[in-house]
Design a protein around this ligand. Sequence first.
Ligand code: NIG
Ligand code: FE
Length: 423
Amino acid sequence: MREVVHPGGKHGATLILGIGELTTNAPGTPGATDDDPTGVVHDAAVLLDGDRVAWTGPERDAADGVEEALGRAPDRTVDAGNRAVIPGFVDSHTHLVFAGDRAAEFEARMAGRPYAAGGIAGTVAATRAASDAELLAGLRRLVGEALAQGTTTLEVKSGYGLTVVDEVRSVRLAREMTDEVTFLGAHVVPPEFEGRPDEYVDLVCGEMLAACAPHARWVDVFCETGAFSLAQARRVLLAGASAGLGVRVHANQLGPGEGVRLAVELGAASVDHCTYLSDDDVAALAGSWAGGGPGTVATLLPGVEFSTRQPYPDARRLLDAGAVVALASDCNPGSSYTSSMPLCVALAVREMGMTVAEAVWAATAGGARALRRADVGSLAPGARADLVVLDAPSRVHLAYRPGVPLAARVYRAGREVAHSSAR
Ligand code: NIG
Ligand code: FE
């Protein structure tokens, strides 16, 4: 891939030429067909100006596009060498603030032991025992790992502290890495509250929420047998909403339940897992977008089904009903210890009935919908300049070449933040 820095130029505007296949997620982009929600343009170019996308379109129109959008020559030109470009991945569901790992639990599971929410307690003990510096080092390592694979927007949850002090430091540390911080004090009932779940919910909705809300944008709850009941989940979410937080929910992961419908009823931005859905759940999710939205996104987390050997969620059923679907990693040491959005795309295509176009959209624009963000997940002019140059001629390779590191260059807010030295 060739790059030319023009003499005397500032590093403000970058023109990327020679893009074999550009996914914009912006229907109506010059050169894209009208009926393509992923707004694909072949033989394309992208102009980045500062931290924003300034222009996209066919390469043959780039000179005019640059003149119109910038009014001067770009400061830098990059030749993508006929590679594919996609928007940066938006990973709308991770649990990156933790210490230790659960490799032994994973190994036992692969030998036949079922996954249960109870394993979370082991990570809670390790997290409470860790220093801030240790937690931050782990967080930085995982954020860097995700970035190198093309993730340019990342949500991070608390939920392995489960005391006021440990939840506050979790959201505070997460806030050092991202604006998309979620307070998940209601992840499980911690051991010291065993048999007294409602007293723990009192703490979560009271002192813990008050201390965490200033550092968070979202509230979340694990509404599932073995975690929190429907009534407890409702209390947590309503308290979080009254504290000014947006609502998201973990539900229907391990079995059917009413969590999905609670999420829709409360206008949650997203309900995550959605592995076991009734017809009513699917209708509620689709119906939430009927008035033009924003509704509740069904965020599917195929790394979990891969790592817990559960049945994959039926994305096809959701899409065919008109629901909006996102893909996210759920990166955490128990149920899905992967930061790889390309893996999620590959699993969604191979196992969940999604087309490559749907899976790439769900991992980018879908994640942005799940975070109610209009500035990321697409490469429309004005969007944040987050993109991935794939070392492949098309996005199909994300599913076709599973496990292969395909992010050749990653740009976040107009700056190149990862560059694979092999390319
Ligand atoms: O999203 N479902 C609840 N929480 C996590 C699992 C956390 C863990 O096992 O440590 C999840 O899968
Ligand atoms: Fe999760």
